[in-house]
Write a protein that binds this ligand. Structure first.
Ligand SMILES: Nc1ncnc2c1ncn2[C@@H]1O[C@H](COP(=O)(O)OP(=O)(O)OP(=O)(O)O)[C@@H](O)[C@H]1O
Ligand SMILES: [Mg+2]
Length: 320
């Protein structure tokens, strides 16, 4: 289908006026700490105070990041590095412990309602009525956005077909669909209305290569034709390279690298003293080695590889 035929309803957003001279997303000094209760070791005969020792997890640690209008920014990081926590705070599902998050000048805590109108979040744990079909589920979603069922029906069908959902599946119960197909329905829901800021938490994880490209094309179209600003988390380095204007690498809740994929690749190539440009995979490995490998480390250990090994070994030791 030609790009101009992409059916996206803009009714929802027509009455919202955003100031595009403002940054789309401003994250300023944000931290989020989770407290996990840990049962105390009980020694025989020893009385406990009844109070549980709390273990703190600093899921997001003093993050500052600005995303411009119409930018596609990738958030990369190992499992548990804090990506989803950041996305949840931006979508008003979690409240930050410190700092502020703003969407076009609206604060996610103080202007929660307005922020909810501006953002749209897709995550793998999307909730649906499993007994209903994709069409029924999406019509339900469209109603929440005041879209007429007739108009919604046409849009939904086109989007689902484009994402590779077969005609006969559109009206069959969702519970019989594969995980990847259900994920596509979740993605279709986000594309049904033209969101101003789209928050995509691993939208392509688990999708086949063709479907990944379909989703990436959708993301590009939303930016090119509907001026959407997009934050996307992914574990696919090629996807980050192909899709994102800039990427932020996050490690243990902190941003450890930020820039275009080219800038990051060039930086790491230089650090490692290589003659050919490193891949995004190598960039990722470098920055998520818990601790960034510095010039000093390289001198101390003789080479980047040796420094990397030493730091990894140290990290393993710390874990034990
Ligand atoms: N509701 C919660 N309660 C307690 N701890 C949490 C909660 N949500 C997340 N965490 C912890 O915060 C840290 C960051 O988790 P988060 O889900 O943000 O990581 P992620 O980068 O999205 O990982 P993944 O790549 O696996 O999706 C982890 O240590 C996680 O265990
Ligand atoms: Mg996550």
């Amino acid at each position: 289908m030609a790009i101009h035929e992409l059916p996206i309803n803009t009714q929802l957003t027509e009455d919202i006026v955003i100031d595009t001279s403002k940054d789309a997303v401003v994250i300023d000094g944000v931290s989020k700490i989770f407290k996990k209760p840990r049962p105390l070791l009980r020694w025989p005969g020893k009385r406990t105070t009844g109070e549980e020792e709390k273990r703190e997890i600093r899921a997001i640690d003093n993050v500052t990041l600005t995303v411009k209008w119409r930018e596609i920014i990738g958030i990369l990081g190992a499992n548990g590095s804090g990506k989803s926590t950041l996305i949840r705070m931006l979508s008003t599902l979690l409240i930050p412990d410190t700092g502020t998050l703003q969407i076009f000048g609206y604060d996610v805590v103080k202007d929660e309602r307005m922020v909810q109108r501006l953002i749209n979040r897709v995550s793998v744990e999307a909730s649906f009525f499993k007994k209903l079909s994709p069409m029924e589920n999406l019509i339900y979603a469209a109603r929440l956005y005041n879209m007429s069922s007739k108009e919604a029906r046409t849009n939904i069908r086109t989007i689902l077909l484009r994402l590779g959902i077969k005609e006969d599946r559109i009206k069959a119960p969702l519970e019989n669909m594969s995980r990847g197909m259900q994920q596509k329905v979740a993605i279709a829901r986000a594309f049904l209305t033209a969101p101003i800021v789209l928050l995509l938490d691993e939208p392509t994880t688990g999708l086949d290569p063709r479907s990944k490209v379909d989703v990436q094309n959708f993301v590009n179209e939303l930016r090119d034709q509907h001026n959407a600003t997009i934050l996307i988390t992914t574990h696919d380095m090629d996807e980050a390279d192909a899709l994102c204007d800039r990427v932020a690498i996050i490690d243990q809740g902190r941003i450890v690298a930020l820039g275009t994929t080219d800038e990051l690749k060039q930086g790491v190539t230089q650090l490692m003293g290589r003659t050919t440009l490193v891949s995004m995979n190598e960039v990722f490995m470098h920055y998520t080695a818990s601790q960034i490998i510095t010039e000093e480390d390289i001198q101390r250990y003789g080479s980047w590889e040796k420094a990397f090994e030493a730091i990894e070994a140290q990290r393993e030791e710390e874990k034990e």
